[in-house]
Write a protein that binds this ligand. Structure first.
Ligand code: PLP
Length: 358
């Protein structure tokens, strides 16, 4: 297998894929694949419940939070959040730090007045706003932000204080990368396809008291309460994704949990940024404290070399280093499942590539 620096779907732990492969045709002696099993069977319900418990253990999720395993990606959450959390209010506050938070704002505007509490558009999204810059609106239903902008490579280095309204976070690209105090949040959501499992599954962690007051006309599939009351089995859930997420959670526990992962992630990111900063040949414009430890975008001083960089990297087994189509440049996504050896190999390649151009 090659080193996969894809931003999403991202790398999965090899050990997990091997385990899934070993039991793909015959899950635990049942004579059928987990994909072919009824979601209502005792066996599957056991797998689903264990995955939830493992996620609760890994993140320290308090008992008064529901954990939902849904579909529709983080993009569906851009709508579900306002549909469920406005609770009679007419507006909500959003922090604008780049492309993904911008998309969340745009979608939420279909349902309510959305105030941008702070934006870093002015510096081309190369930092996050300070707490003191947040302009919270009296009467807003909640404050939404994106903990890690996957495309810009900008990550919050603090949890915003939302005053007495719930804080809502899109953690799609950095969930489970560092420990977070879940009790600071009203709701956390994440598409699975970066640090959790395959695409098609979306995890939502929501404080119980916030659900059950949806906007009139909300489809039942967009109602958190309906999913919570049905243990995320209101309809057929994404059974394979949920199972695979469970294997990833068990793998994470074997690695020492989120604390151990965070130490490794910080080390991986620090050495990659150090290599970028060590030369004028590579660049990253993001404020040091807001540099993402999951998605590391970088540019080459001479953009005409990008194609050759990508070709040679690929020839050495390093895949998906091309930046997002909207911004160009390079991007190395170094999620939990990307081994440190991949980062070392990339750094070594970058240094050789630079020398070759001199
Ligand atoms: N939010 C963030 C931070 C993302 O990185 C992404 C996707 O890559 C999304 C939202 C959209 O997620 P999905 O494709 O699961 O709808």
């Amino acid at each position: 297998r090659k080193y996969n620096f894809s931003a999403g779907p991202g790398a999965l732990p090899e050990e997990v894929l091997q385990q899934a492969q070993a039991e793909l045709l015959d899950w635990h002696g049942q004579g059928l694949s987990i994909m072919e099993m009824s979601h209502r069977s005792d066996e599957y319900v056991g797998v689903a419940a264990q995955a939830e418990q493992d996620l609760r253990d890994l993140m320290g999720i308090p008992v008064n939070y529901k954990v939902l395993f849904l579909q529709g990606g983080a993009t569906a959450q851009f709508a579900m959040v306002p549909m469920n959390l406005l609770r009679g209010a007419s507006c909500a506050d959003y922090i604008d730090t780049g492309i993904w938070s911008g998309k969340a704002v745009k979608e939420a505007r279909r349902y309510a007045q959305i105030n941008v509490a702070a934006s870093t558009a002015g510096n081309n999204y190369t930092s996050v706003p300070a707490q003191s810059e947040l302009q919270l609106t009296p009467g807003a239903a909640y404050l939404h932000y994106t903990t890690n902008e996957t495309i810009g490579g900008v990550e919050f280095d603090y949890i915003p204080d939302s005053g007495d309204v719930p804080l809502v976070a899109d953690m799609s690209s950095d969930i489970l990368s560092v420990p977070v105090d879940v009790s600071r949040f009203g709701l956390i959501y994440a598409g699975a396809q970066k640090n959790i499992g395959p695409a098609g599954l979306t995890v939502v962690i929501v404080r119980e008291d916030l659900i059950g007051q949806t906007l009139a006309g909300t489809p039942s599939m967009y109602d958190y309460k309906i999913h919570a009351d049905a243990d995320s089995m209101n309809n057929t859930p994404p059974t394979f994704g949920w199972y695979l997420a469970g294997l990833v959670f068990q793998w994470l526990k074997r690695q020492g949990g989120v604390e151990a992962m965070a130490e490794l992630n910080r080390r991986k990111a620090a050495k990659l940024y150090a290599a970028i900063d060590a030369s004028d040949f590579y660049g990253n414009p993001v404020a040091i404290n807001n540099r993402s430890i999951m998605n590391v975008p970088f540019t080459l001083a001479d953009a005409t070399l990008e194609k050759r960089f990508l070709e040679l990297a690929e020839a050495e087994g390093m895949l998906n280093l091309q930046g997002h189509r909207s911004v160009g440049g390079m991007r190395a996504s170094i999620y939990n499942a990307v081994p440190e050896a991949a980062v070392d190999a990339l750094i070594d390649f970058m240094q050789r590539f630079e020398k070759e151009q001199a």
